[in-house]
Design a protein around this ligand. Structure first.
Ligand code: ATP
Ligand code: MG
Length: 577
């Protein structure tokens, strides 16, 4: 109705009412005169005036201004709203990010935020059962989980030093300084982790989140053991018997040893000059023992032969030697659990397990020896792992290692004597090789003729003639002793001589186009060549290097001089005479 329309604006002009209405309007109440309404009312007021009325004209002139101001107001209001929003945003506190450690009930969770632990509630919109251990969660001011941010993709990295049970890992540096225990995140719950592996850790240092690299060190020291029955080791009866007594018997008859309460060693030390079969015997032990154990238990047992070279631990794993030792023992334990029979063969043991005076790396050694001892003490019996140390310089090995209950069996691997030498030649000069026809005619059957060949050849090389002189050793007493080539024979040299002889025979066969076989002279040539060129012997005159080769107490030796060229040796002997 037009009347109403006219009345209303008039009412609004009343100053008392106006203030009321304005305050209402500001609060957004119902009677709010929106800018359009105001203009409408203004227009209606103009309309109510008769045309030609001077007030009406004045009002009409005011209209554009009102329109303008109204637009400005709308704009301003919008701006204020926007600013209010911004102010709200910039003044509201940030949500913290925590690490989810696990659910404590259906609705509460255990989280860690900034190093502090909380039991907190979870926003019902976040399904707690779907949160993964180790994942990042958003928490509000009340420490309620309000968001799942998934796993962190960056963060600190550390190395596992020990796998502890199913869900914990010990990580960090050596000596327990910065080491700590972490939980496995859901991602790693079923991963096959082992010490030495690198893992990424959440920023609160509670959870291992991701495996970064698996160290290849086990591949590095894992060695294969060929088919190696005891018969393939020649001239070492005493040593093999000692090993059998020390290792085989307790392993095969544990009940008897328990009944007699007889202490069993954790392993043994093989010592002696190079090339005489320490490594070979180590592997043969692994091969035969595993086979016997398998036969005893009626299972197919496999050996796990860890061949650790002392100096390489020091050089390749600089600063990580301790971790390596721990890892090696850890691997042995793991492999045992997997059903393997682990053997830990440490070559050049004096380099890592030596007394301080033995090495240039004395500061490393000072921690390695005690650590090795404690790892060894942690081993219950031979049944867990058999430790075999090998060394050319047993005198340099720290006595702590060789104490009873640790490696208290020391087995000497001597240079082969004449009989041993024959035995070893017989191992390499097998029946199925081609031999010279002359030899075959000497005896009945190939076996007997090889025996004869070996007999003669070994006699020849053991003769104490001038050209067989090899070393002159000056003792502290002033006495000089001469060592002959045969005093420095070894299984390695014998194997090499046979190979050289084969090469000579092959060359002849190619040259003559005939059916040639190995001759006695081939062996003799090979023997001379071997001693002239052999790289087993030190290239220098340094006494220390030569000491490894001979069986003299280093304390008693003043000087060792190689008698290399035969002509030289002759000259020297004549001058003495
Ligand atoms: N007693 C032996 N019987 C048969 N072969 C042997 C014997 N000793 C050594 N050999 C041969 O020589 C090779 C080298 O021997 P091995 O590596 O066992 O010597 P080692 O004592 O470990 O020497 P090093 O001190 O230099 O490590 C063996 O692979 C084998 O072919
Ligand atoms: Mg060896």
């Amino acid at each position: 109705m037009p009347d109403d329309g006219i009345v209303k604006p008039v009412r609004r002009i009343d100053p008392n009412q106006m203030s009321d209405e304005r305050s209402e309007g500001l609060q957004g109440g119902e009677g709010d005169p929106s800018p359009e309404n105001l203009l409408d009312s203004f227009d209606q007021a103009i309309g109510s005036l008769p045309p030609g009325d001077p007030v009406r004209r004045e009002l009409l002139q005011l209209r554009p201004q009102i329109l303008d101001q109204q637009e400005t107001m709308v704009e301003a209001r919008r701006m204020i709203e926007k600013l209010e929003e911004v102010v709200k945003k910039v003044t509201s506190p940030a949500n913290r990010i925590g690490t989810f450690l696990g659910a404590t009930s259906k609705e509460t969770a255990h989280i860690v935020v900034g190093g502090a632990d909380y039991y907190c509630n979870v926003d019902p919109r976040i399904p707690l059962s779907r949160l993964k251990k180790g994942t990042r969660v958003l928490v509000n001011e009340a420490f309620v989980i309000v968001g799942d941010l998934g796993f962190e993709t960056a963060g600190p990295v550390t190395k596992i030093t020990e796998v502890m049970g199913k869900d914990r890992l010990r990580v960090g540096s050596e000596h327990g300084l910065h080491s700590m225990v972490l939980q496995r995140s859901s991602e790693l719950a079923h991963s096959n982790l082992k010490s030495g592996d690198e893992v990424r850790v959440d920023s609160n240092y509670r959870m291992a989140l991701e495996m970064l690299s698996s160290t290849k060190s086990d591949e590095y020291y894992l060695d294969t053991v060929p088919e190696l029955p005891w018969e393939k080791v020649g001239g070492q009866e005493a040593a093999l018997q000692a090993i059998k007594d020390a290792i085989e018997l307790p392993l095969l008859h544990p009940d008897l040893f328990t009944r007699f309460q007889h202490a069993t060693p954790k392993g043994f030390l093989l010592y002696g000059p190079p090339g005489c079969g320490k490594t070979l015997i180590g592997k043969a032990t692994a091969f035969n023992l595993t086979k016997q154990l398998g036969a005893k238990t009626g299972t197919e047992m496999r050996e796990y032969f860890m061949h650790v070279k002392g100096p390489e631990i020091l050089n390749m794993w600089v600063g990580e030697s301790e971790r390596m030792v721990r890892e090696i023992f850890g691997t042995a334990r793991e492999k045992r659990k997997e059903g393997f029979m682990p053997f830990l063969f440490i070559d050049e043991a004096e380099s890592i397990l030596g007394t301080r005076r033995a090495s240039r790396h004395s500061n490393i050694l000072s921690t390695l020896v005690p650590m090795f001892c404690s790892e060894m003490d942690g081993i219950d019996s031979l049944n867990d792992v058999v430790i075999i140390l090998a060394s050319n310089r047993a005198d340099l090995i720290d006595p702590a290692i060789l104490r009873p209950g640790r490696i208290d069996r020391k087995i000497k691997i001597n240079r082969p004597d004449k009989d041993g030498t024959r035995e070893i030649y017989r191992i390499y000069l097998t029946d199925n090789l081609p031999y010279d026809g002359v030899l075959a005619k000497e005896a009945d059957g190939i076996g007997a003729s090889i025996e004869r060949l070996v007999e003669r050849f070994v006699d020849w090389q053991f003769v104490r003639r001038d050209e067989n002189k090899f070393l002159e050793v000056t003792l502290r007493s002033g006495r000089k002793e001469t060592l002959y080539r045969s005093d420095l024979i070894s299984g390695a040299i014998i194997a090499s001589i046979v190979e050289r002889a084969k090469a000579i025979a092959i060359k002849r066969a190619i040259g003559t186009q005939q059916d040639e076989g190995i001759r006695e002279t081939d062996l003799q040539l090979a023997f001379n060549a071997e001693y002239a060129e052999n790289d087993i012997f030190p290239a220098t005159d340094i006494t220390e290097d030569w000491l490894k080769l001979i069986d003299y107490d280093p304390e008693n030796v003043v000087k060792i001089s190689p008698v290399r060229p035969v002509s030289d040796a002759r000259a020297r002997t004549t001058s003495v005479i």
